[in-house]
Design a protein around this ligand. Structure first.
Ligand SMILES: C[S@@+](CC[C@H](N)C(=O)[O-])C[C@H]1O[C@@H](n2cnc3c(N)ncnc32)[C@H](O)[C@@H]1O
Length: 213
């Protein structure tokens, strides 16, 4: 996501009650951050935050954590939260390359929405559904691994179906155009809104894997 550099981004992040500035300190202890035992859903690459913020408003009995590596982008989400109190939402500025340093057996669901497609083969390892990332994700989850993915990029979608299937995931739900699904309680992301206006199909899949019996 291209945004201009926000010069005082570090100050904005430091002063927000939503941002956890020392996330490594909470590995294995995220439940204590929310002070309840509700499930924890994580979004990697949350961008400007519409999806995670609207989810937190809609589902107060679920805890939501949004992760975004670009501090300037994160300030847009913080601005949206001005004057809003959502005790079930926390935000982290962090690169998912080291996601296994943040969580251990405490996540219930992972959202990957319109992740960067990294189309060149030599960059395949950077895709958030590459085998390298799938290995890391295994350690984050309490019991079953549940990953929900939305993208308008057919190549990334097909690649992800293959890598996740090879990793032992099964498909729980799939759609080749989520926009046409009237039965699906979809909360849209900023990118999704743009792609829908362009009439791009929105690919969706929810994949499951049972671990940690
Ligand atoms: C294409 S944007 C999509 C943003 C948002 N999910 C949406 O649908 O509107 C991808 C976002 O993922 C973030 N991102 C990419 N790789 C990441 C990583 N390794 N760790 C954390 N965030 C990442 C980017 O900074 C960018 O904001």
């Amino acid at each position: 996501m291209r945004v201009r550099n926000v010069k005082n981004k570090n100050e904005i992040l430091r002063n927000s009650n939503y941002v956890i500035n020392n996330p490594n300190d909470y590995i294995g202890k995220w439940q204590s951050v929310f002070n309840n035992s509700n499930p924890i859903y994580l979004e990697i690459g949350m961008g400007k935050g519409n999806f995670i913020i609207e989810n937190a408003k809609t589902y107060p009995n679920i805890n939501f954590i949004g992760l975004e590596k670009n501090g300037s982008v994160l300030t847009y989400a913080i601005k949206k939260l001005d004057g809003i109190n959502l005790p079930n939402l926390k935000l982290i500025c962090f690169d998912a390359n080291n996601i296994d340093l943040l969580f251990f057996k405490e996540i219930d669901r992972l959202y990957l929405n319109f992740s960067d497609p990294w189309p060149k083969e030599r960059h395949a390892k950077r895709r958030l559904t590459s085998p390298k990332f799938l290995d890391k994700y295994e350690k984050l989850f309490k019991v079953n691994i549940i990953i929900e993915m939305k993208t308008d990029n057919k190549n990334l979608f097909e690649y992800s179906l293959k890598t996740m299937s090879s990793h032992g995931f099964i498909i729980d739900d799939i759609s080749l155009n989520l926009t046409e699904r009237e039965d699906f309680p979809n909360i849209k992301t900023e990118y999704e809104e743009k792609f829908i206006l362009k009439n791009n199909p929105i690919y969706f899949v929810r994949m499951l894997k049972r671990v940690n019996f």
